[in-house]
Every structure is written in structure tokens, then in C-alpha cells.
Design a protein around this ligand. Structure first.
Ligand SMILES: [Zn+2]
Length: 268
């Protein structure tokens, strides 16, 4: 029996050498040593922890430490990371942010849930919350003076080319209007002090402004983030029609760093 288990484990270990299985199926980290034996993917330790949050569809095991059944090994062999990616990531929109192992827990967890639990990249209708071009809802926004978080209504409108928020629910005039071409967003959980904390940067009167927001619900927060990316992506596509989709996508991704670089060169 022990030698049989050793053999099974050796076979699973060998599957790690197959192209595609040598990097985590979800975050791209090298040399994954865990596997979801119900989904057929090899993942890193950190992502295996996130798979445990969707235990109803993903069951994880250590390739090196846990016992393996022949049927489980067969299943891992028949799927693997490349085939699973072709299925679960079939229709990831170009603007959608694919997290890496360096990204915060929230982005990685929602990516795994979006892929396997909600199957958003198999059913395009499920992408509506961030791809429709319009989004309205409440976010907790940090007050500028006292740092206290207050609920604020936000509206993102691709038609108007803006993201805006209102200080009072019935206010006619928005407190701030952020134009897509100079809006950027990135998750800053440590800096903001909340796991879902998003920093939104924009230009107003030629100076950089920051607002800090969060939503208790992880999906809501990441949907907002991808809705901003989608709006910006579509804006850039219209503004720079010659650029290929991949160039525009990279531009959306990098703009934060570019801005940082520009700021560094600014004379003090
Ligand atoms: Zn991973």
C-alpha cells in the first residue's frame, strides 16, 4: 500500500513538469506544489489557501505530502493548467486585471472566485457589473480632514467619460468629477489600513488628487476596480485607435508607474 501511494505521488510530481503545470494556474508563481484535484489545476501554496474558501467546488492537496488515489492522478493528468485555463479563462476581457503572486489577497481571491465559482469568463453576461459602461453605488470614502469613512454615492459613466461622487445622496452637483483619461486606481490595503482599500488618483487643475475608498464586499470592490479599468480602456481605444489592443491594455496597466516616474523627475 505504501509503495502504491509512493507511486501515485511520483506520478503527480511528474505532472508538475508538464508545460503549463510548472507555474501556478492562478497567479503564475513558479513551482506550484499544491493541486486542486476537483478542478485539475496545480497552484502555489498561497492560492491553495484561497481555493479552500471555495471548498464546495475545489478540493486541494499537497503534491508532496498528501496521499493520492489513482483516479485523482488520472484526473490531474487529463486536465492540467493549460486545459483549465483554456476553459475557465476563455473570455477574460482585455481590460480585466489578472493578478500575479505579488498582488493583494483581495485581487487574487476574487480572481479565483470569478474564474471557478462564478465562471465569469465562460458566461459573458456575468461580466455586466464591470463591462456595461455604467455603474452606480455606495462606497466608504475617507474624509480628507478627520480620516473618518463616510458612505458616498459613486457613478461611473462611460457615456460622460467620468467617475464622480456625491457628498449627499440627493445632491445635484457631484463633489468631484474625475475624467477617465487621468483617473487611475490601485489597491493599497496596507497604506489604507483595510483589506479592500482602493486608492483612486486623478488630476484636478493640474495637481494630483487622491481619494481612498472601500466596500465591505470583496466582489463589489473588485467590480468597481475593473469597471474603472474598462472605462479607461475604452477611452484609450477611442483616443488612440491606431494602437493595438495589447498596447492599450499595457498602457492601462502601467499608467500608475509612469505617473510615479514623471513625479520623480519633477524639480522639487
Ligand atoms: Zn498562486
Amino acid at each position: 500500500m505504501t509503495s502504491g501511494q509512493d507511486k501515485n505521488r511520483q506520478r503527480v510530481k511528474q505532472l508538475l513538469r508538464k508545460p503549463g503545470n510548472d507555474f501556478c494556474a492562478d497567479c503564475g508563481a513558479a513551482e506550484p506544489e499544491w493541486a486542486s484535484y476537483t478542478l485539475g489545476v496545480f497552484v502555489c501554496q498561497s492560492c491553495s489557501g484561497l481555493h479552500r474558501n471555495i471548498a464546495q467546488i475545489s478540493k486541494v492537496k499537497s503534491v508532496l505530502l498528501d496521499p493520492w488515489r489513482p483516479s485523482e492522478v488520472e484526473f490531474m493528468d487529463s486536465v492540467g493548467n493549460d486545459a483549465a485555463r483554456a476553459k475557465y479563462e476563455e473570455q477574460v476581457p482585455a481590460f480585466y486585471y489578472r493578478p500575479t503572486h505579488k498582488d493583494c489577497m483581495l485581487l487574487r481571491e476574487q480572481w479565483i472566485r470569478a474564474k471557478y465559482e462564478r465562471m465569469e469568463f465562460i458566461n459573458v453576461e456575468k461580466q455586466e457589473p464591470y463591462s456595461a459602461g455604467y455603474r452606480e453605488g455606495f462606497l466608504w470614502k475617507r474624509g480628507r480632514d478627520n480620516g473618518q469613512y463616510l458612505s458616498r454615492k459613486f457613478i461611473l459613466s462611460e457615456r460622460e467619460g467620468v467617475l464622480k461622487y456625491f457628498n449627499k445622496n440627493d445632491a445635484r452637483e457631484p463633489k468631484a468629477i474625475m475624467k477617465f483619461h487621468n483617473v487611475n486606481a490601485c489597491f493599497q490595503p496596507a497604506k489604507i489600513g483595510t483589506a479592500h482599500g482602493l486608492q483612486i488618483t486623478y488630476l484636478k487643475d493640474n495637481s494630483t488628487r487622491n481619494i481612498f475608498v472601500y466596500h465591505e464586499d470583496g466582489k463589489e470592490m473588485v467590480d468597481w476596480y475593473n469597471a474603472i479599468r474598462a472605462a479607461r480602456f475604452h477611452y484609450l481605444q477611442v483616443a488612440f485607435p491606431v494602437a493595438s489592443v495589447s498596447e492599450v491594455s499595457a498602457c492601462t496597466h502601467r499608467s500608475g508607474e509612469t505617473k510615479k516616474k514623471i513625479a520623480q523627475y519633477r524639480p522639487s
